[in-house]
Design a protein around this ligand. Structure first.
Ligand code: SF4
Length: 268
């Protein structure tokens, strides 16, 4: 780990300890985004978020939140649980997640009494990939990386969304070049269902202000330099000044980095 990361990590350990005294937002933003960026009218954004999710749950009798258990998804989980919305929450256990990510689900259940439903890849597909290409073949080419994501993420997502009329994600415009024009609501033509991105226009500061105000459980890796978290071998900590998703598939072209769950972002 280089000097910048070491510095960031030690500051994040301070952040973790500071969570209880409501200082988490300022310090997280300070590390990832440079000077403090105040959350933009967070009360209005929370109200708009609650209204959007409430209306979505009323409009669609089968609607799911696809949660990666990141801070954004946990904000959405908090709204769903607080307002008792009829929105199912599921997550994809790719088999390559960090333990810290797996630990978020029981933390959410302990706070809200609501479970996260897990979906896993098909064992025979994983076995074939590992035996014929190698367990970490995703480093060798984008095609092999997409094949792994297809087996471990895209296919389980399709199964998780079977019968759903709409789904919800925690994506934000500011996260990556591929998400710059992300709408709050869109039609997911690949799956033929409606898709909501309620945090599309939320900033990093907005998310962490919400986390602080509502005491939302978060992945501990966020405090170790990981603003965006995917599978363990495909995610690294970022350094100060880097793009929020710079640590995801860091060896690939940043304008085409999506795992196949949100292909419409690339078409835009
Ligand atoms: S993020 Fe990496 S390990 Fe996870 S499914 Fe994609 S290629 Fe495979």
């Amino acid at each position: 780990m280089n000097a910048v990361n070491t510095s960031a990590q030690s500051r994040f350990h301070s952040v973790e300890a500071a969570t209880e005294n409501n200082a988490v937002q300022e310090q997280v933003i300070a590390v990832f985004r440079g000077p403090h960026q105040p959350a933009t009218d967070i009360a209005a954004k929370v109200q708009a978020l609650e209204t959007l999710l409430t209306q979505a749950a009323q409009e669609f009798d089968s609607i799911s939140l696809a949660s990666s258990l990141a801070a954004e998804d946990n904000v959405l989980f908090d709204v769903i649980a607080r307002l008792k919305l009829n929105i199912r929450v599921f997550s994809l256990n790719t088999g390559r997640l960090h333990q810290q990510t797996l630990d978020v689900a029981p933390a959410l259940q302990a706070k809200y009494g609501q479970t996260v439903q897990w979906f896993e890849p098909k064992a025979d597909a994983v076995e074939t990939y590992v035996n014929t290409k190698g367990a970490d073949a995703f480093y060798d080419s984008t095609a092999l990386r997409k094949e792994c994501c297809g087996i471990r993420k895209v296919e389980p997502l399709a199964r998780a969304l079977q019968g759903a009329k709409a789904w919800v994600t925690g994506q934000r415009q500011a996260q990556a070049a591929t998400r710059a024009t992300l709408p709050v609501r869109e039609f997911d033509a690949d799956r033929g269902i409606e898709k909501f991105n309620p945090l599309a226009d939320w900033s990093e500061a907005d998310v962490w202000t919400y986390v602080r105000q509502f005491d939302v459980p978060v992945n501990k890796l966020h405090f170790e330099g990981f603003p965006s978290i995917g599978c363990e071998p495909c995610t690294r900590a970022i350094t100060i000044g880097e793009d929020i998703r710079a640590g995801r598939w860091w060896w690939e072209d940043p304008t085409s980095k999506e795992c196949g769950l949100h292909n419409a972002n690339l078409k835009k």
